[in-house]
Design a protein around this ligand. Structure first.
Ligand code: PEP
Length: 255
């Protein structure tokens, strides 16, 4: 169960759109957006357009997220972007997305530092967790979620845990990874129950009820409503379907 009174609908544009396409799509979303109270709409575009979009969108109904940050604040780290550089341009950052974990080899020891760095720079970290298909087939989902929650949050003080948003994204459900299929409502219900139960075990009941837990993995306009209706789900992280402004708007309408 969740006591969060907010719903988050977050678009992860990965490397799908060019800078010009990103600006066009974000402005199209903002123009037609009618959001219910308590619904936060967030777009994670290419880092190349964060500055331009921050200026064009203003502090209105669409917020911005970085797709990734490095945990050091500055220095000789070729190709990286720090949370402090993102601060002022975005309010959120994804951390530990499965493509970061499995394509770029990020480990919990990096991810926990990134979560802490995000909070240090006043960004809300969206910590992505989820099991692979093999882990699911071997019945290891609960252990994987426990390890990734503990691994991602272990650098935080207890009073900061509630500031993190958790996105449950089973790797086997993420489109673009071949043979992806959306999570069933039953599997999602069970995984969200496990996540809240692990949070309860690690940090207590209040935190387990107050942390926002989102779902991501092949969300589209036609299935968004059923995921949002699952007990304990506080929103969605949407990849490929969010790159089309009209489809993303239809998903938002259901929150
Ligand atoms: C994602 O990678 O965060 C994601 C949810 O992707 P998709 O919606 O394309 O499965």
């Amino acid at each position: 169960m969740s006591k969060s009174n907010k719903k988050y609908i977050i678009a992860n544009w990965k490397m799908y759109l060019s800078p010009d396409e990103s600006v066009k799509a974000a402005l199209a979303v903002q123009k037609k957006l009618r959001v219910a109270r308590g619904v936060e709409v967030v777009i994670a575009p290419s880092a190349l357009v964060l500055r331009e979009l921050a200026a064009k969108l203003g502090k209105k109904n669409v917020k911005l997220a970085a797709q990734n940050i490095y945990w050091r604040d500055f220095g000789a780290f070729t190709g990286e972007i720090s949370a402090s550089e993102v601060h002022g341009l975005a309010e959120f950052t994804l951390v530990g997305h499965s493509e970061r974990r499995y394509v770029f080899g990020e480990q919990n020891r990096d991810i926990k530092k990134k979560v802490a760095a995000a909070l240090r720079s006043h960004l809300t970290p969206v910590l992505c967790i989820g099991e692979t298909r093999d882990e699911k087939d071997f019945g290891e989902t609960s252990e994987v979620l426990y390890d990734q929650i503990l691994g991602g949050l272990s650098e935080l003080a207890a009073e900061d845990i509630h500031k993190v948003v958790i996105a449950y994204e089973p790797v086997w459900a993420i489109s673009g990874n071949g043979n992806a299929r959306p999570c069933s409502v039953e599997d999602l219900t069970e995984s969200v129950r496990l996540i809240r139960s692990h949070l309860n075990h690690l940090y207590g009941k209040k935190i387990s009820e107050n942390v926002s837990v989102l779902y991501g993995g092949s969300v589209k306009a036609e299935n968004a409503g059923e995921f949002l209706a699952v007990d304990g789900v506080d929103g969605l992280l949407v990849g490929s379907a969010s790159t089309k402004a009209d489809e993303f708007l239809k998903i938002i309408e259901q929150a």
